[in-house]
Design a protein around this ligand. Sequence first.
Ligand code: SAM
Length: 328
Amino acid sequence: MFEELVDIKENNIFQFDYELLTILLKDMTTNKNIIWGTDNYIVEDVSILPTDEIKIEQIIGYNGNVIKPRTKKSKIDQAKRVRDKAEVFTPAWICNKQNNLIDNVWFSKENVFNVEKKTTWKPTKEKIVFPKGKTWQDYVKENRLEIACGEAPYLVSRYDTTNGNVIPVMKRIGLLDRKMRIINENVIDEEEWLEWTINAFKSIYGYEWQGDSLLIARENLLYTFSDNYIYKFKKKPSVDLVKQMAHIIVWNIFQMDGLKFVIPYSCYNKKKKSSKSLNQECLGCKKNNYKNHNGTYVKIMNWETNRRIKFISVMNRRSKNARQRKKI
Ligand SMILES: C[S@@+](CC[C@H](N)C(=O)[O-])C[C@H]1O[C@@H](n2cnc3c(N)ncnc32)[C@H](O)[C@@H]1O
């Protein structure tokens, strides 16, 4: 494990530690596995339904080649996924440009992490200096979310998701990559590095509909952890440490219909046998109101209180704050 640069092999993860893949497939809201969310797959001659859970035994065969990043999928599959779910990935240089815009505001200056050059960029060499009144710890703690994250190119950039070109640690441009650069530059002690790396991972969120892309996004974050650990300490992280990071990642990179804030396909239109609810149909779907779905609202972890909260409650709070700001 940790050798793969682009296409991470699920059988390698399974061989590294049999529990690790179980963790990476977990849906923390349903306590089941994440679902495929696509009908692109036939495994062992059986067509997969989008609502089927992804099972370990379905993805560790064929040398871990069942789930592949978009660049390695067939042209037919790629075209189908554009039609089905608007799956078009963003080139790394555009992710960089947009992430730079966020940092330009935060630092009140340009070219902090790199200097843009047409369709590429050059990383700055000097240790990053922080503006008056802000510390490197403040930067690491800032929460960031990639909506409809696909393979999560705005968060981590191990490779360019549009052409599969590998990007070395020092040149990476993702929101989490930037936090890792800051930690690598400011911390020597391994214990302190781990403490801040955990804070960084807890501050980075992403959601996605399609389960295969979601698993890849989770793997990309996990390998970003090991890439940085190896870069910093010249040794591989322990199994326990990798599992600890995986546990944070599966909370923060989750499966959700981002228009409804529920688990994809979980809304229903007829009375469930076991349910006492009078709802015959989903009012949220009927009236296009994100607050009234009868599906399963996604839960995320509030890492400050260590309590589970509904993702939609964060959105409600944000829109309330925005309304109040408008009034002022
Ligand atoms: C245009 S791609 C962008 C992926 C990635 N953020 C990027 O920039 O490369 C759109 C992604 O949104 C996902 N998607 C489409 N509809 C969605 C929905 N309602 N909720 C969550 N994800 C959705 C697709 O599966 C696809 O991976």
